[in-house]
Each structure stands twice: as structure tokens, then as C-alpha cells.
Ligand binder design. Sequence first.
Ligand code: Z5A
Length: 208
Amino acid sequence: MKKGLFITLEGTEGSGKSTQIAVIKAHMEAKGHKVVCLREPGGTPIAEEIRTLLKTPRKDDNMCDKTELLLMYAARAQLVETVIKPLLAQGTDVICDRHDLSTVAYQGGGRGMNMDDINAIRKVVLGDFRPDLTIVIDVDPKIGMQRARNRGELDRFELSQIDFFERVRNTYLEYAKHHPEFVKVVDGQKEILAVSKDVISCLDNLNA
Ligand code: Z5A
């Protein structure tokens, strides 16, 4: 049986990933594909509990960077092994709102953690497993944060300063430059329909 496609969406806060995931799903389904949408961290009961731990700001304990990194990978291991790989094996396409490149961008770029350490943990958790296509939706973090603020209460990540998100954005762009074979960047500051057009053209280039 033909394996499903693994497509991931990346970007800073409020870049429009969820909006574009709905468009990708409709596009792939119209072509007759079976599609499941997931998110990281999350997507299984265990990984969703880890997500709550990661996102909730708390006054009684301050999560250190190493804990954050390991929890991201714990949630990813659970999702990849128990959900994503079985779906792909049965021919279903998987679209994931964030995946491993978020760790490179947020923990590596944003927090400034050592990339050799991150790469070593990735090797244990993912081996050579990686998406067929990653679309980075690029938005000035000031615009993205404004969109997020319009939604209401901010989570632990959204409470970070703007320079954190600038580092995250730059890391995404730098990574994309070095991995053009599977990472594509689209301008997320265009109006929604124009962004969707660019996203769909990335998919069509993949021969989906
Ligand atoms: N994280 C990490 O640090 N390391 C990791 O390895 C992983 C994650 C996997 C997850 O938060 C947090 O975990 C994330 C990184 C960290 N935190 N941050 N920052 P999340 O899943 O809750 O949040 P998010 O991934 O950042 O998603 P989001 O804020 O929901 O944004 P989005 O999905 O990209 O955007 P959206 O919901 O589609 O759009 C936001 C609003 O903008 C909405 O009102 C839209 O209608 C509007 N929008 C969308 N596109 C446009 C355009 N083109 N123009 C105008 N308005 C638009």
C-alpha cells in the first residue's frame, strides 16, 4: 500500500497555521486522499496532558529549559509512535500543526539551547523520520502576537518577549534556507486567500 504523506505547518505565534491547515485538508480530500489533522505538542491523551503542562503559566514552579525540551520530545515520541506512523502506514495523509522544526526554532533559536544536544535527543526519538513537506508561514512576530492577543488570555509561550519570537522566526528562515528539499516558506502577511494560494502551490509541487 502507498504510504500517506506527512505534512507539517510551522511558524511563530498567530502566523495562520490552523487557518491554512483547514484549507490543505479540504484540498487533499478533494483529490481523494484520506487526511487526519493533528497538533504538537498533543494529539494523544498522554501528549495532550503534556501539552497542558507545557502551556500553563504557574506561580509555584518555573519550568526550566531542559524540562521543556524533554517534554516536547516526550509528547512527540508518543504521537509519532502511536498515531502518526500507523496512519501513514495505512495510506492516510497526516497534517500536523507544528513538529520537530518547532523545537529547533523555539528551544534552539528562542531559548538558545545547544543544537548538538537537541540533535542527540531527536536521534533517539525520531531517528531519520521527517516530514515529506514542511510549510513555514512567515509573519512579523509583532503582527502574529497582535492576532494572538485578540484571542484573549495568553499562555506560557505567548507571555515571552518579542525578541524571543524574533529569534524563533530567524531560526525558521535560516533552517529553510539550508533544507530547501522539504521546507518551503510562504508569506503569511498577505490576505488569507493569497496565503492559501501559495500553500496550495507548495502542495501541488509535492505531486500530492
Ligand atoms: N512549541 C515549542 O516551543 N516547541 C515545540 O517543539 C513545539 C511547540 C511542538 C504551542 O502553542 C506552543 O508550543 C507554541 C510553540 C511551542 N507557542 N508559541 N508561541 P499553540 O499550538 O497553542 O499555538 P500556536 O501553534 O502558536 O498556534 P496559534 O497561536 O493558534 O496560531 P496559528 O494556528 O498559527 O494561527 P491561526 O489560529 O490560524 O490564526 C490566528 C488568528 O489570525 C486568527 O484569528 C485568524 O483568523 C487570523 N489570521 C490567520 N491568517 C491571517 C492572515 N493571513 N491575515 C490576517 N489574519 C489572519
